[in-house]
Design a protein around this ligand. Sequence first.
Ligand SMILES: [Cu+2]
Ligand SMILES: [Zn+2]
Length: 175
Amino acid sequence: MDNFQNNGGQNNSRGVIESLAQLILENPPEALAQIHGSAQFPDIEGTVAFYPDNEGVLVLTAVTGLPVPEEECGNTVHGMHIHEGESCSGNENDPFADAGAHYNPGDCPHPQHAGDLPPLFASGGSAWNAVLLNRFGIDEVIGKTIIIHQKYDDFESQPSGDSGLKIACGVIAGL
Ligand SMILES: [Cu+2]
Ligand SMILES: [Zn+2]
């Protein structure tokens, strides 16, 4: 499947969407991360699934139990990244400290780290998104960690977009 080019000669972007949907429906993911919130955010649960594609890796994320702001314009956007550490353990100040820094084998600045992902936009505490990336291969990130942050990612501050506390984590497991 060549999602972006082989579109039956039609200038019809629905073909791309349908072929990506078909990829999800007809193939199992090659890796999954089960996401759990920290002790301070115990309601967060989610799954991140990785599907191989000719163009790269399709990453699907579904998360529930994100904090719902009480004030009207409170934050509902949460930075998300693949971190280089291999454990969702930590300490009193940083419950997922052992997840370490953003996965960055190319020694690039943020947000060009291989592990940088689009943020989650939550609606009533739930978020869903899909992204196609060619920044890493699935085998490369198995054993590494997905982190969701309390704040949005500003895509500028170094080294990690100033996205604040790590509120949820999951280890990427191969299937
Ligand atoms: Cu992060
Ligand atoms: Zn980064």
